[in-house]
Design a protein around this ligand. Structure first.
Ligand SMILES: Cc1cc2nc3c(=O)[nH]c(=O)nc-3n(C[C@H](O)[C@H](O)[C@H](O)COP(=O)(O)OP(=O)(O)OC[C@H]3O[C@@H](n4cnc5c(N)ncnc54)[C@H](O)[C@@H]3O)c2cc1C
Length: 371
């Protein structure tokens, strides 16, 4: 049986440590329990929130008017794939509730290449396809084979391939079904609830190519050259810790949802209106107009619109601010509520809009609240 607890504050289960109480709370230790709990809530038309590590949600102070299903399934299994050409590959299947960084550490120990640059990202494996998590030149889309998921529209368990998930930058077909979560508690959980995730990883003899300039510099290699999997993991964790991007209960800079805003993707023509020093990277073409697109740095836009590290304390009596380590994380300084974080986020979003004419989009899922 799943564990049913009467009330729980979301603040105790989110990395920003904010969010009010859930009406009902279920801990699901098996896939069957997850499926049953969600089907039951859906049939009763009760709003349901599937929760992993709570590292990518900002939930209202009023709490969640429905059932929270906390995913607690664990397990990793492997299957050797026949080597066609090149290196042998292994299919790694991970249960949705497995702590993500434990998955990465396990693959590094096994000499399996593909996830090492995603070390230190909080949360559970099942959430990684939701926004195609990425860091240091890697994202889930590069290695994910398929997912098994409960399709809430039909009540059936289905398999969705990498192509069917329509991955983009911090985006997938799953994330798009969360579009109304800010205003409608029935949209707090995506249409597809991920039950397990399958990755195809290379058995590489414990080395991996380094695809990110800052990481390559830290490792003392050229971008594209190889380094040991363990060295990549260690350096990623070190770089992330320096930015407050590894959870640490003693460091308020990590009481956040990581990056609060996504890097805007805009028409290349708009780039020309920014100073030459503004970083911009090619981001393909607009599928409709064919216009060239660039990805801008949200951190740069924020800093150069006049919002330094630590900004915002005076707006909310010191309870919340931008991180003191970088400008992209919105942090709880110890006593913040959700509304405090929203106050700071609004000031930053509005300031960037008036400085550059660019609207920043929040990366976490906002539940029952909005900017
Ligand atoms: C310090 C810090 C650093 C971070 N760094 C990064 C980074 O480098 N790159 C990056 O991409 N992200 C980063 N994040 C964001 C976050 O860790 C990831 O998005 C992570 O995958 C969220 O996992 P979670 O289990 O905590 O999801 P939750 O916050 O619990 O859930 C987020 C959303 O996904 C839904 N969801 C959760 N599990 C499932 C499931 N199994 N099936 C369907 N829907 C589900 C929830 O309903 C919710 O809407 C960071 C966050 C923090 C706090």
């Amino acid at each position: 049986m799943s564990t049913q607890v009467n009330t729980e504050a979301l603040a105790a289960h989110t990395t920003s440590r904010v969010g009010g109480p859930a009406q009902a709370w279920v801990v699901a230790d098996t896939e069957k329990q997850i499926v049953e709990a969600i089907r039951e809530a859906d049939q009763a038309d009760t709003p349901v929130l599937v929760l992993g590590g709570g590292s990518n949600i900002l939930a209202a102070d009023a709490g969640f008017p429905g059932t929270v299903v906390r995913l607690a399934t664990t397990g990793i299994s492997t299957e050797e794939l026949t080597a066609d050409s090149g290196q042998p590959r292994v299919r790694v299947t991970v249960a949705a509730g497995h702590v993500w960084d434990d998955v990465v550490a396990w693959t590094v120990d096994q000499g399996l290449t593909g996830l090492e640059a995603l070390s230190g990202i909080p949360g559970c494996a099942g959430a990684t396809p939701v926004q195609n998590v990425g860091a240091y030149g890697a994202d889930i889309a590069q290695t994910l084979h398929q997912i098994r998921a409960l399709d809430r529209a039909t009540g059936e368990v289905v398999e969705l391939s990498n192509a069917e998930l329509e991955f983009g930058y911090r985006d997938s077909i799953i994330k798009r079904t969360l579009a109304d979560a800010a205003t409608d508690p029935r949209a707090a959980t995506p249409r597809w609830v991920v039950l397990s995730v399958e990755f195809d990883l290379r058995r590489s003899g414990s080395e991996a190519p380094v695809r990110y300039a800052q990481l390559a510099r830290a490792l003392g290699v050229e971008e594209g050259e190889h380094a040991s999997l363990q060295a990549v993991r260690d350096h990623v964790l070190q770089l992330r810790a320096g930015k407050g991007m590894v959870l640490n209960a003693d460091d308020h800079d990590t009481w956040s949802t990581g990056s609060f805003f996504t890097n805007p993707i805009v028409p290349a023509a708009l780039r020309a209106q920014l100073p030459d020093t503004a970083p911009a990277f090619g981001a393909g073409e607009d599928p409709e107009s064919g216009e060239a697109l660039v990805k801008l740095s949200a951190a740069w836009l924020i800093e150069h619109a006049g919002f330094p590290r630590g900004f915002g304390t005076d707006l909310v009596e010191g309870r919340a601010s931008l991180s003191t380590k970088h400008t992209l994380a919105l942090t709880n300084r110890g006593q913040a509520c959700t509304e405090d974080l929203i106050t700071v986020a609004r000031a930053v979003r509005d300031g960037v809009q008036s400085a550059w004419g660019i609207e920043l989009t929040p990366e976490p899922v906002l539940l029952g609240c909005s900017l």
